[in-house]
Design a protein around this ligand. Structure first.
Ligand SMILES: Cc1cc2nc3c(=O)[nH]c(=O)nc-3n(C[C@H](O)[C@H](O)[C@H](O)COP(=O)(O)O)c2cc1C
Length: 194
C-alpha cells in the first residue's frame, strides 16, 4: 500500500505537517509505504488556461507538476493538507489544484466531466489548519480541498480541521485533535485495505 501526503505549507515542522504525521501514523504502523511532500519544494507554475490538456490528461507546461502526477498515479491513498492563507489554501496548493485541471475531461458537454481517477478506488483524507478559533476564519480551505479531491475522482474518507493554531508545531499539544487525525488515518487505511 502506498500513501502520499501533499502539504501546501512551506513551514517545515509546522502545524500542517504535524497534522499529516498523525494521519500517517496508522500507515507507518501497518507497514505501508509513505511519502510526504511539500509543494513549495517543487516548481509548479500557474495554469494558463491554454486547454492543451483537453484530450490528453497531460498538462503541456514543462515543470515539476508531472512528477507529482506520477506520485498520484502510484498512490493508493492521498492526504491533501493546507494551512489557511487569507480564508483559503496557500498559493502553492492553489497553483497545484489549478494544474490538476488536466486530470479531468469534458467529453460531451461542459456540464459534465470525467476524471482520471474515477473508478480507481483511490481514497483520501483532507486536512486544514488556521490560527483563529472561529470556523469562518478558515474560509473555504477545507471545503476546497474536499471538493477538489472528489472532482478528480477520489473517495474522501474523512476531513480534519484544526482551529486556533499559530506557532509552528503548537498543534501537537492538542492531544484530542492529534488522536482525531490518527483515527482519520486509520479509517483511510481500513478503507483502502478492504
Ligand atoms: C499569509 C498568511 C495568511 C494567513 N491567513 C489566515 C486566515 O485567513 N485565517 C486564519 O485563521 N489564519 C491565517 N493564517 C495563519 C495560519 O493559517 C496558521 O499560522 C497555521 O497554523 C500555519 O500552518 P503551518 O504551520 O502548517 O504553516 C495566515 C498565515 C499566513 C502566513
Amino acid at each position: 500500500m502506498k500513501i502520499l501526503s501533499i502539504n501546501g505549507s512551506r513551514r517545515k515542522a509546522g502545524n500542517t505537517e504535524s497534522l499529516i504525521q498523525s494521519i500517517l501514523t496508522p500507515f507507518q504502523r501497518g507497514g505501508a509505504q509513505t511519502e510526504s511532500i511539500f509543494l513549495g519544494d517543487f516548481t509548479i507554475g500557474a495554469c494558463t488556461g491554454c486547454e492543451g490538456c483537453r484530450n490528453s490528461w497531460v498538462c503541456v507546461i514543462k515543470d515539476d507538476f508531472a512528477q507529482i502526477v506520477k506520485k498520484l498515479d502510484e498512490a493508493d491513498g492521498i492526504v491533501f493538507a493546507s494551512p489557511t492563507y487569507w480564508y483559503s489554501v496557500t498559493s502553492d496548493m492553489k497553483r497545484f489544484i489549478d494544474r490538476c485541471y488536466s486530470l479531468i475531461q469534458f467529453p460531451v458537454t461542459r456540464k459534465e466531466w470525467i476524471s482520471k481517477y474515477q473508478g480507481s478506488k483511490k481514497a483520501c483524507v483532507t486536512a486544514a489548519v488556521c490560527e483563529q478559533f472561529e470556523e469562518s476564519a478558515m474560509g473555504n480551505t477545507l471545503s476546497l480541498l474536499t471538493d477538489f479531491s472528489k472532482d478528480i475522482g477520489l473517495d474522501v474518507v474523512e476531513t480534519v480541521k484544526g482551529l486556533g493554531f499559530f506557532e509552528a508545531g503548537s498543534i501537537k499539544a492538542d492531544h484530542r485533535l492529534m488522536e482525531k487525525a490518527e483515527t482519520a488515518g486509520q479509517h483511510l487505511f481500513d478503507h483502502i485495505k478492504r
